[in-house]
Design a protein around this ligand. Structure first.
Ligand code: G3P
Length: 214
């Protein structure tokens, strides 16, 4: 399974990249706004750290404007993927961009039918939002897994990115369900590393090591 980092924080990208476990990065307008930095410079900086797909989202609502904005964003770096919300205009823009071989991550996916249409329009990635579905008492991982099943069954050239991941259990459940990619906040990555038995084990080994004759 590929793991992307879901952040626009350069320091988090740098720290996570050093671990050698990050395959790409996703951003969205909220994450960009949180950092109070220039959008284009942020995407450029992320691309200089991580050698993998970096999603940057359009903020236009109609298809021609989305395509124009996408073409500008794609000039930042070859690894840029254009994030586009699933709407009628979003589908139109995605199908046009896929003809131009500009990769699209179709976002704000909440149902398998939306994922199916995104794949048919030529989206390179589809992003079901697991946590936001859970918030509404739907089973987010199950819906992401249904998206994955449809895309795998028909062998679309599309990968599923489980987004809106809130905790390490979501990651494990997505891995168990065979989902292609999870995009995770930095704090979820830290939570995946940490285990109290690992900490206790290290403490005990170091304590015992002190009594070894050297
Ligand atoms: O990738 C989308 C993600 O950032 C949304 O997460 O926690 O705002 O639902 P959240």
């Amino acid at each position: 399974m590929k793991i992307f980092l879901d952040t626009a924080n350069i320091e988090e990208v740098r720290l996570a990249a050093e671990l050698g476990v990050i395959d790409g990065v996703t951003t969205n307008p909220t994450l960009i706004a949180r950092e109070k930095e220039d959008f284009v410079e942020t995407v450029k900086a992320i691309c200089s750290i991580v050698d993998g797909p970096v999603s940057a989202e359009v903020t236009e609502a109609d298809a021609p404007a989305m395509v124009e904005q996408a073409r500008e964003l794609y000039k930042i770096h070859d690894n840029v993927v254009i994030k586009i919300p699933i709407t009628l205009d979003g589908l139109k823009a995605t199908s046009e961009l896929s003809q131009l071989e500009i990769p699209v991550n179709m976002t704000l996916i909440f149902s398998p039918n939306q994922a199916l249409l995104a794949a048919k329009a030529g989206a390179r990635y589809v992003s079901p939002f697991v946590g936001r579905l859970d918030d509404l008492s739907h089973d987010g991982v199950r819906i992401a897994s249904e998206c994955q099943d449809i895309i795998s069954t028909y062998d679309y050239d599309t990968e599923v990115i489980a987004a809106s991941i809130r905790h390490p259990l979501h990651v494990f459940q997505c891995a168990e369900a065979g989902i292609d990619i999870v995009t995770i906040p930095y704090k979820v990555l830290l939570g995946m590393v940490k285990h109290p038995l690992t900490d206790n084990g290290i403490d005990q080994f170091l304590k015992d090591w002190k009594s070894v004759k050297k």
